[in-house]
Design a protein around this ligand. Sequence first.
Ligand code: SF4
Ligand code: SF4
Length: 502
Amino acid sequence: MLDQTFSGGVVIANPYPVEQVKIIQAPLPNQVVLPLQQRIGAEAKPCVEVGDRVLTGQVIAKTQDQFCVPIHASISGTVMAIDKQIIPHKSGLKSTCIRIESDGQDEWVETKGCGSDFLHCDRQTLIDYVQRSGIVGLGGAGFPSHTKLNKATGCHTLIINGTECEPGVMCDDALMQHHPREVIRGVEILLHITGAKRAIIAIEDDKQEAYQSLLMFNHNDLISLAQLPTKYTSGAEKLLIKALLDIEIPSGGFAADKGILCQNVSSTKAIFDAVIDQRPLVSRIVTITGDALTPVNVEARLGTSFEHIISLTDVNQQAHDYRMGGMMMGIDIENTQMPICKITNCIFVNNRKPKQLAKECIRCNTCNTVCPIGLLPQQLYWHAKGENIEKCMDYHLFDCIECACCSYVCPSHIDLAGYFSFAKALHKKQATDQHKTDIARDRFEFREYRLERNKQERAQMMAEKKQALKDKMAKDKEQGQVQKDKIAQAMARVNKIKEKDA
Ligand code: SF4
Ligand code: SF4
């Protein structure tokens, strides 16, 4: 096991452990709802219409945006609607979705991967398989895998992130225990694509079964397994790199800049499915946990409602609070009708309890000691609370990964990470407002300048006209005098002749 790790972070045991980490296959849902807006990039455009019959794995929406992946039907059936539905997002807003009603057949579209001999395929062909199969980071980030792979030129080390991102989440643990062969083959595919010289699969030391399963299936000298102390936030990319390789990725920098590529272990298994079978990503493992039920991992089709998945558990009949994502970085939700998406790794179902009210900061400094990024959350908090964004920036607000370690240890129950999220949003709003003000000021100043320039041009034109008139008059006068002189001279000559004749 590695003894070096990063400073800060918090050690939290899984609050709802189970004896055996199993995966339950969810029965086919009656309907699925698939959002057209992915985590990043432009909204996909539907390529089916209401009333169309679709097959499982069929592309139903796509976009030209290089950051996006196509959207596949996760069941076979009929497109019933393309309309706004609530999606799993902290905004609670609705977004355009395609709703498919199941025909109960689960009839798959015909797919063909490159088979187990992927070594004969070139890098770009394999990346295209990954993109066409709709694979994104399944650890919660949702960043498209093909984009990462395209950028991974000069990659020397591949890190496969099997450290569960948060306490209580078990979906990656379950995947490693139940699909070790696919994970190892997925890593070999990634080694072939990136040309990396080594791959490290990182696993926390409380996941011995997963570790042993992978160890048993790993016969590749380029792949090693590393056990990390179970500490939150080991799963954060930059911290994982620091813990494994003792390499610091500077603020604003990327792992790729240092020749490192990180992939989530579930995404790695999905890459295996994409390349070997060209099987698109239509399902994922979701942990359902909390004190209202016995925790389970459910493999569910994307688009299945939270409600449907929760109903498969032994959930009690009390009033519940729901949280999507982990207990630290997740978000509280009211509605359980929303669909499972590619980034839905966990749903917490807890018996409803009175909320802890925040008290005054007692300046105990505890939050400052746990920040894994080395920030000063207490100072940041005061400035965020006072909406002094300039000061927040002095304290490196945007380096905060909102891991909530500081909130977790705060004895006054202050939602520090919430304040930082708010401060970031306020900064963005102020920046947008400032940008609009700058544009309006620039327009006003340009108008003033244009009016002044027109005025000066008009004045100059008038002056030039006046001068031209003056010059003309002077010239006319001069020519008139010449004429007069000529006439006088002619008269003088005539008079002289007359005098001679007389
Ligand atoms: S939420 Fe931000 S400030 Fe708080 S511990 Fe995490 S990184 Fe540090
Ligand atoms: S842990 Fe809470 S109470 Fe202590 S200094 Fe930080 S914000 Fe204040």
